[in-house]
Design a protein around this ligand. Structure first.
Ligand code: 1GP
Length: 255
């Protein structure tokens, strides 16, 4: 075993893209769309410039469904497929890559580290590329805030968000995700994104409640480097609002 940090090919590919500017990732819930529908969504999203497909949700996903969806999506697009896990049932070698993420502001230690300890050897055996991420839920948090038993960070508590994000980076996590919750009425406040960006060196992912081009613009201007959207494409398909979000991401220059 060598001591170098092992950044895998998918993570390196995303980092290379970030050199050129912010990117977008499309979240697909395998329980909400069939494998065929997921593949079609992925094809449309990637054709518009989305850089990868995250597979996950906050309710029980069976390994069979995850396998079938990951296989269908990988058959449809060349962009990476990354598991966005909600528990051990999310593991599938078909996806090839997983955000190995700790829900940092959960009261449930299972979601902070225990499940990771229980599944790490299995993940290694499956050969999944692990992308280490600190996952931080900002109010309202929506379903992930509930099932994740989260002490959600108040939307005005900028220093609280900065503290968690910087602690994640100091712990060696290479990505930090500020999550308002899927379907949140508003995204993470731009002022919070700006403040977190100002103390962070690693890439900052922002998701939850992003539904329009202007919302995307505000977050990108505040320094978000990766925008994640799920609901908009699941509800409307690859429609005008999804296109508007992608257009804002694509026209933003690198830092
Ligand atoms: C949820 O941040 C993601 O984990 C996406 O949220 O479904 O609101 O786009 P939306």
């Amino acid at each position: 075993m060598t001591r170098e940090t092992r950044i895998g090919p998918v993570e390196q590919g995303l980092l290379d893209q970030l050199e050129r500017g912010p990117i977008h990732l499309t979240l697909i819930d395998p329980e909400k769309s069939s494998p065929e529908e997921s593949a079609a969504l992925a094809r449309g999203a990637v054709a518009l410039g989305s850089s990868g497909i995250m597979l996950g949700g906050s309710t029980g996903i069976s390994p069979e469904r995850m396998d079938a969806t990951a296989r269908a999506v990988r058959g449809a697009v060349r962009a990476p497929t990354i598991i966005f896990p909600e528990g051990p049932g999310s593991l599938s070698p078909e996806a090839r890559t997983i955000f190995f993420m700790s829900l940092l502001n959960s009261r449930n230690l299972d979601l902070v580290i225990r499940t990771h300890a229980r599944t790490a050897l299995a993940i290694r055996k499956l050969g999944l590329e692990t992308v280490p991420m600190g996952y931080i839920v900002i109010a309202p948090g929506m379903r992930v805030g509930e099932v994740g038993q989260v002490d959600a960070i108040d939307r005005a508590d900028v220093a609280g968000a900065q503290g968690y994000a910087l602690a994640a980076e100091m712990l060696g996590m290479r990505w930090v995700y500020l999550e308002a919750g899927s379907g949140a009425p508003a995204p993470v406040p731009a002022e919070m994104v700006r403040a977190v960006r100002s103390v962070l060196s690693v890439p900052l992912i922002v998701g939850g409640g992003i539904r329009s081009g202007p919302e995307a613009r505000r977050l990108l201007d505040a320094g978000a480097e990766v925008l994640v959207t799920g609901t908009i494409a699941e509800a409307e398909g690859i429609g005008p609002r999804f296109r508007a979000i992608l257009a804002e991401v694509k026209r933003t220059p690198g830092r």
